[in-house]
Design a binder for this molecule. Structure first.
Ligand code: O2Y
Ligand code: MN
Length: 639
């Protein structure tokens, strides 16, 4: 055991070391045996990882300010982050250009049977609902990557809680990582440290092992400040053992294992077993002018403005929106049959480009202190810069781009990486909901599914019932930039906005959603939203942003049972005059916003039907197929 608590014997660093080594004793542990504070099961997990990964040092994180400050100083010393003196305790990290986003193609669900993890696609069809790996292949992949991968590095033990510490809806994880950037980010994104260990006691936890995959001494091009190993990147999830193994990437969703890996992939498998839902949804509280408050959960694929909606500044007088979370919701029916949600996270890991005082002033206020920025540009006076801030940041003294090179406006290339991020504490959000850390969760009255649909899809419509609502989730599609070059924009399927995040077979996931109907006494109403419909000349038909509260106003009135709707082929639409338009500088063309072109909808139904048949095949629940048949019949009548 002693070997884990002291520096390992020194090896020859060799002449090729190009990254300055981490100082030998970066952080003071108060005890001679830091592992003594660990519950037995955690200790066992750490010991196994140490045997496998052979770090030089082990540090058990207590989550304290002092520990965090020491880590930040240490990262600064090796050039991994730099301070942003324009703000209070803000930092900039620049990653390796080969490590800038989640890597879906290298993300796997590991189960005995392939069908537990992914549906079997139709003949000749490539499945796009997740990647499966066998336990044997995982074993081989681990043996190829992890032995000795932390040599020369410190293994940090990061105890974290997804959800408020001690809430019956929360779950605990232990992430072992050799990245101090991950530790500092996990401290923002989760509740992290000693209190979690106390709460865990002898209990079970999700085991998360992460390595940047580059033992020291590092060889390679000089100036490497962001160790990673893109050629060997692997993010594997073993639901049966509640384990996550991540190798080779230090970036966001690949390495902050509480987020997508735990809260969604492993989370969805736990939720299925325990009878609840782990979803890619924001949660917001909304108070109407009469002072009546409701909570709404909403699932949108990336690039649809989820964070912006979670922090909406309503244009209608008397309305107030408060934010519970911007990315993930864990939802469970309570003993009264009310769906209650918690945000399992403690921070926002938001996309920087496009965020500004115009699009999201609340986010801008949130990131003004205690924030780690990654891959944004930097102004000469120590501030941040990215595309979208042209009108509010003075760049005349000079800008350094996300790769550390001088940048000038109009140079063609973006200053910040398009997937550059801010990592900021949720508690700093000026409109954080007073109940955001409520142990029992907030009651959900409505669920919104949405997408970026330039054509054919109305601004808002309501499902006829729960089963129909499940079809709305399954049929979600959104405009995205095609992965293939020269293809431009394409409408991609993204069921429940969960396509990259299912922890098990999507067909079984649909059955699980359908089964929720039996658990609820007061089921939330389900809606589909599309802020992005365009006119034939390419203009947005809806003003968006703060004006979106007008749609939420209609949603809330439907929740209260107001008969302000008319039946249509696709669902309930706002009745004539029901959508509040008072005070809008320009009256939107409601005819176009709510039209249901027959040809479009018949094509849409066929496309969704083909997708579900190809991708989900025999695992598609009958109820969903039936709902699609009914929709097909209804849209057959459209002009
Ligand atoms: O690219 C990454 O690693 C970040 S992915 C991400 C981060 C925050 C919220 N959502 C997402 C996502 O991909 O949905
Ligand atoms: Mn997300």
């Amino acid at each position: 055991m002693g070997v884990l608590t002291q520096n390992m014997p020194h090896r020859d660093d060799g002449p090729t070391r190009l990254v300055r080594p981490v100082p030998a004793a970066p952080i003071q542990q108060s005890s001679a045996d830091p592992l003594a504070v660990l519950p037995a099961k955690v200790r066992q997990f750490v010991e196994r990882a140490v045997t496998l990964c052979q770090p030089d040092r082990v540090h058990v994180c207590d989550g304290s300010e002092a520990e965090n400050a020491a880590l930040l100083r240490q990262m600064q010393a090796v050039g991994m982050i730099e301070p942003l003196p324009k703000y209070d305790n803000c930092w900039l990290a620049r990653t390796d250009p080969a490590d800038v986003a989640r890597v879906e193609s290298k993300t796997f669900i590991v189960t005995e049977q392939k069908r537990e993890a992914v549906p079997i696609p139709g003949k000749g069809v490539r499945g796009t609902l997740g990647n499966w790996m066998s336990p044997e292949d995982l074993e081989e992949a681990v043996a190829d990557r992890f032995p000795g991968c932390m040599r020369g590095r410190t293994l940090y033990v990061v105890p974290f809680s997804m959800g408020p510490v001690g809430s019956p809806l929360s779950k605990i994880g232990i992430e072992l990582t050799d990245s101090p950037y991950v530790v500092a980010s996990m401290r923002i994104m989760t509740r992290m440290g000693g209190k979690v260990l106390e709460t865990l006691g002898d209990g079970d936890f999700v085991k998360c092992l992460h390595s940047v995959g580059l033992p020291e001494p590092v060889t390679g091009p000089s100036g490497i400040r962001w160790p990673c190993n893109p050629a060997k990147t692997l993010i594997a999830h073993v639901p049966e053992r509640r384990e996550i193994l991540s190798f080779g990437s230090g970036y966001g969703g690949n390495s902050l294992l509480g987020k997508k890996c735990f809260a969604l992939r492993i989370g969805s498998t736990i939720a299925r077993r325990e009878g609840w839902l782990a979803e890619h949804m924001l949660i917001l509280g909304i108070t109407n002018p009469a002072g009546h408050k409701r909570y709404i959960a909403a699932a949108f694929p990336s690039a649809c403005g989820k964070t912006n909606l979670a922090m909406l500044q309503p244009s209608l007088p008397g309305y107030k929106v408060e934010c519970v979370g911007d990315d993930i919701a864990w939802m469970r029916f309570d003993k009264n049959g009310v769906l209650r949600a918690i945000n399992p996270e403690n921070g926002f890991f938001g996309v920087a480009p496009g965020t500004s005082s115009t699009t999201n002033p609340v986010a801008m206020a949130t990131v003004a202190s205690n924030t780690i920025f990654t891959n944004v540009a930097r102004t000469a006076d120590g501030g941040v810069y990215w595309e979208g801030l042209e009108k509010e940041v003075d760049t005349s003294a000079g800008v350094t781009d996300w790769q550390g090179r001088p940048w000038t406006p109009g140079s063609g290339a973006p200053s910040a990486h398009p997937n550059s991020r801010f990592c900021a504490p949720a508690g700093q959000c000026p409109i954080i909901d007073p109940q955001w850390e409520s142990a029992e969760g907030v009651p959900i009255s409505a669920i919104l599914f949405g997408g970026r649909r330039p054509e054919g899809v109305p601004l808002v419509y309501e499902a006829f019932n729960w089963e129909h609502g499940v079809l709305l989730g399954a049929a979600m599609r959104s405009e995205a930039t095609a992965a293939a070059e020269h293809k431009g924009k394409v409408i991609m399927h993204d069921p429940f906005a969960m396509r990259p995040f299912f922890g098990y077979n999507f067909g079984h996931y649909l059955s699980h959603w359908l089964s929720m109907e039996q658990r609820g006494q007061r089921l939330p109403k389900i809606f589909h939203i599309n802020w992005f419909r365009k006119s034939p000349s390419g203009q947005f038909l809806w003003p968006g942003f703060g004006e979106n509260v007008r749609v939420l106003d209609w949603v809330l009135r439907r929740v209260e049972g107001e008969p302000c709707a008319r039946r249509s082929a696709v669902g309930w639409l706002p009745a004539e005059g029901a959508l509040r338009l008072d005070g809008l500088p320009q009256r939107p063309d409601l005819e176009q916003l709510f039209s249901l072109p027959g040809d479009f909808w018949r094509r849409e139904v066929e496309e969704v039907g083909r997708y579900l048949a190809d991708q989900v095949g025999d695992d598609l629940p009958n109820q969903v197929a039936h709902q699609l048949d009914e929709l097909r019949q209804r849209v057959a009548e459209l002009e």
